[in-house]
Every structure is written in C-alpha cells, then in structure tokens.
Design a protein around this ligand. Structure first.
Ligand code: F6P
Length: 361
C-alpha cells in the first residue's frame, strides 16, 4: 500500500551524481512504500506541472549516467521568466500543482540557489527536503557536496596533462577552473595536480607575487609553471575596485569581456617574458560519469532522504557530517555559502610544498 507521495526535481547547474541521487531517493522510497514523481527542468516543471513517474524502470541503469534524466534549469519560482510578461511570481502555481498531486513532500536536488528557492516554497506551506549537489562544494552545512569529487578528478587530470606540454614548450599555462565564489575546486585539483600557483576567490592575489613565483622556478631551472585559477579569483587591485564600484560596475571591473585566465596570462607573459597559454576547462568539469566516491555519496544522501520522508522530517537539507547523513534546518542553510577557510589543511599543505597563492603567506 502506498503510504506517501513525493515530487522530486533537480535545479541549478547539473553535476555528475544527480542520477545516482535520484535513483537513491527513488529506490529507497519504493522499498518504504513511497511513490515518487520527477518534475522536469527544475522548478519550471513544478510550476508548469510537467513530470514523469519515477517507477522502477525509470530508475534502472542510471547510476553511472552523467547529467540528470529530469533536466534542469536555473529558474526560480518567485521570479520566473514568462515571455512578454517578464518575470512572474509563479509560487502559487507551484503550490497548486503540489496540492493537485497530493504530495507529502517535495525533494529538491541543488546547490546554494536551490536551497534558497526550496526555503521560499517551504514558507508557502510546502514540505521540503533538499540534497546538496554542486561541483563547487560550497553549500553551507555539509562537509561535501556530490559532483565535487568528479569535477576535481577531471580538473586534476587536466592539470596532469598540461604539465607535459608546458614542460616541453617551457611555457606558463594558466588553467581556469570553475568556481565563481569559492575556490574549492581549483584548490583541490591544484593541490592534487601539483600546480605551482593556485589562485582562489578567498585569497586576493598580487600579480607581482605570482610573477615572482613563476620567475623563481625559472631561475631554479624549472622552465615551466602551471597556474590553477578559479574563475572567480581576483587580484588585490580588482577587489579594491569591486568594493568601490556599485554592483552594476562589478562585471566590467572584473572583466566580463575578457576571461580572467586570458587577462592573467597576458600580464604574466609581459612581466616574466615567458610564453604563456590558457586552458579553460569550462563545462567539461560538469560532464560525464560520476566517480565511485560521488556515486556512494549520492546514494547515501538519497537513501537517507527517503528515510527522512518516511519519518516526516521536513524543512531540512540532508547533509554529510563526518560519516553520518544528518538533517540540517533549511532555515540555517538558505542564503549561506561555505567558502574555503584560510587555515584549511589543503592550503597549509600546499604552502609547505612550495605552492604560491599569490599572497605573502
Ligand atoms: O554549478 C556551478 C557552476 O558550475 C559554477 O562553478 C559555474 O560558475 C557555473 O555553474 C556555470 O554556470 P552555467 O552552466 O549556467 O554557465
């Protein structure tokens, strides 16, 4: 006998492990007599009432698949683009469709933005549970997010491969890694791949210090350097300009027209006279099959989520803390971001093996 009905959606940028999580929630829910439907294309599917039944056949064979079988979007229910009408508050439609399907709970798989949108729907009276996914690893309240390990493996492999060509040509290669607001990915891949310089948003860099680090290697006979750069990393000067500028001016100050990596590579070439190149990893980091660690994590979180639905434990994000999956109140999570602490063990280890962060540390 079916005991509960649940809707599930994936929202925000996709990442490897989403399908493993959908499968984890769905299969565990079935064994607990909970029926699951999957809304298509994030919150848009919920407001437009577009969904599929996540029965056993839909959940088979998806553990290893990248992307999301449900599709995703960055649409927010309270501000959804609606053609000529501009953006419209669609929350009443979300509530009506939830009620029409007699749902007991809505499960939202997403990053920071999704946590906020889920909380908004919670305030409208919906029972909500979220799972933390993003390659950026910046969701507050959880030790780790699924998608991060896979993206880190991809970026690390890229750095490994760039080493040989940088060395052959005696070049500086700046590799741009995703992460607008936090540097987890550039830091993890940079340390794992042995990047010589790692630049992240949490540590504003001094271009002179970066150039010095590259030149020092050159004087030591190491005729190449790899710079792992977060897409959101800024120099000390750029941070100052940003802080002075109004929000509107920020994108122009930080170079919307020229990529951060290209700008940095140009400057380094001028300052060091060493030939420099750029590789931007972009969406490659979000594609393809998840690593075993991400499959495990997504399965663990997904099945823990089904248990929480069974227990009626709503208004929470299922977080990883140590070995356990624990509920963390969405009220606490929504609107916060987990940045890299400056005393993080990865930073300390990197400094001790001689990696520069472009600062005086
Ligand atoms: O999902 C997070 C993220 O991959 C960020 O690292 C990146 O800045 C952003 O999404 C890119 O978003 P989009 O795919 O919408 O261009």
């Amino acid at each position: 006998m079916v005991k509960k009905f649940v809707g599930l959606l994936t929202s925000g940028g996709d990442c490897p492990g989403l399908n493993a999580a959908i499968r984890g929630v769905g299969k565990a829910a079935h064994s607990l007599d909970i029926q699951v439907i999957g809304y298509l294309d994030g919150f848009r599917g919920l407001v437009e009432n577009r969904f599929i039944r996540l029965d056993s056949s839909r959940l088979s064979g998806i553990l290893t698949l990248g992307g999301t079988i449900l599709g995703t979007s960055r649409d927010k229910p309270h501000k959804m683009p609606a053609g000529e009408l501009g953006t419209v508050d669609m929350r009443p439609f979300a509530v009506a469709n939830y009620e029409q399907q007699h749902l007991d709970c809505l499960v939202c798989l997403g990053g920071g933005g999704t946590q906020k949108n889920a909380r908004r729907l919670m305030k409208e009276g919906l029972n909500v549970i979220t799972l933390p996914k993003t390659i950026d690893n910046d969701v507050w309240g959880t030790d780790v997010t699924f998608g991060f390990d896979t993206a880190m493996a991809i970026a690390t492999e890229a750095i490994d491969r760039l080493h040989s060509t940088a060395e052959s040509h005696h070049r500086v290669i700046v590799v741009e890694i995703m992460g607008h607001n936090t540097g987890w990915l550039a830091l993890g891949a940079g340390v794992a791949g042995g990047a010589d310089v790692i630049l992240i948003p949490e540590i504003p860099y001094d271009i002179d210090v970066v150039a010095e680090a590259v030149l020092r290697r050159s004087y030591m006979g190491k005729r190449f350097s790899i710079v792992a750069l977060s897409e959101g990393a800024l120099s000390v000067d750029e941070v100052e300009q940003r802080d002075k500028a109004k929000k509107k001016a920020i994108s122009s100050t930080t170079g919307a027209t020229e990529s951060v990596s290209l700008r940095l590579a140009r400057r380094l070439e001028e300052m060091t006279r060493l030939e420099s190149r750029v590789t931007s990893l972009g969406h490659l980091q979000r594609g393809g099959t998840p690593t075993p660690a991400d499959r495990l994590l997504a399965t663990k979180l997904g099945t823990a989520c089904a248990r929480m639905i069974e227990a009626g434990q709503y208004g929470v994000m299922v977080a990883v803390q140590g070995d356990a999956c624990v509920p963390v109140s969405l009220k606490k999570v929504a609107g916060k971001r987990k940045t890299v602490p400056l005393d993080h063990a990865w930073i300390e280890a990197a400094r001790l093996v001689g990696t520069s962060f472009g600062d005086q540390g």
